[in-house]
Design a protein. Sequence first.
Length: 442
Amino acid sequence: MERIYTKNLKENTGKEVKIAGFVDIRRDHGKLIFIDLRDMDGLVQMVALPNHKEAHEIAQKLRPEWVIEVEGIVNERPEKMINPDLETGTIEIEITGIKVLSEAQELPFDKDTELNLDTYLNHLPLTLRDEKKRAIFKVQANIIQGFREFLIKDNFTEIQVPKIVGEDAEGGANSFELEYFKHKAYLAQSPQFYKQIMVGVFERVFTTTSVYRAEKHSTTRHLNEYTSLDFEFGFIKDHEDIMAMQNRLLVFMVNKLKENCSKEFKILEATIPEVSEKIPQMKLKEAQELIKKETGEDCTKELDLEPQHERWLCDYAKEKLDSEFIFITHYPTAKRPMYTYEDENDLGYTKSFDLLFRGVEITTGGQRIHNYEKLVEAIKKKGFDPEKFSFYLQAFKYGMPSHGGIGMGLERLTAKMLGLENIKEATLFPRDLNRIDNLLSQ
């Protein structure tokens, strides 16, 4: 008999089946022993009866997290016993046989116990088995799947880029340095250079890659290693094309979540956002003037937004513009990387943007310089030596279309989608100032 999964049990009502998974809960009522079995799709209630003597005896020994294989009959539950909150709540399995595949030691804490973050992270192989934690990463998997599906449908080519680089895309700041045979190398802060090079090959490219920031911070919104969802494409008019592309991407991704993850959002008591056909936008200068006018706080001389200003703008967009998303454009050239395109009609400011969502920046993007001479000059203005970027510059020296793209943080987006307080909760195995594998192996 082939194993089936909990999602297929209802269509096998009245039949004998084989299922396998983890003992989630065991309730011993003497003659009746109820066991909730958990597999990759969900839970199902099973019952061991005395008339199946051998199975009943084994059921008495079972404990949480034991791994078992079960044969049994799928029965409809009596109407009074139906559980409307469970997908398999209209059925239960009458156990006819049990095979123990693996025993488990007693858990160091009850799975329903509220744990502090460090305890939770130190026991991830166990704590990730919790229904709510699994739900987080089911949502995250669908976010990245939606990202990939949309771009492939829009004729983008997926690329894989190096994690070890000679220089990082921002010129070497906040990079993890490492010894690479006889050379000095760094862990990549961004796939930026490689994305741009590949625009000259495929025109439209994307990647989902790990990036690294050697920033000595310990906040609820930062990580030292995170997943960046990046796309880059050519033959654009300006940054508006890029924002329009991301707008359509977000609509697709949100619809994907509605289709596949309504259950997970319900478990996490979170709300799937709505994405308008045109996300509102304003220039940084306009946003700063608005903040000054409405709050009395003068930030007009700042080159960037402070976290409290990002939160305020998101609240403003939701209340006044009926949008949980807002694009802030035209950051100063002094604040943006060397490859960022300056707006010829607003000198000193760039055709770049950040996308804010539920209080934080989730995306940075913009148009890039595609003219070789202008890019060399921009590199010099930032105080860098163009010779050190000669490999990258080849793509521009021999012809490059106007282009641009984005980088979007997967973990930050997941956290904000689900209303999680700390980005580490949206990261399977987080890396920060104090956390590396030696902690996970304790």
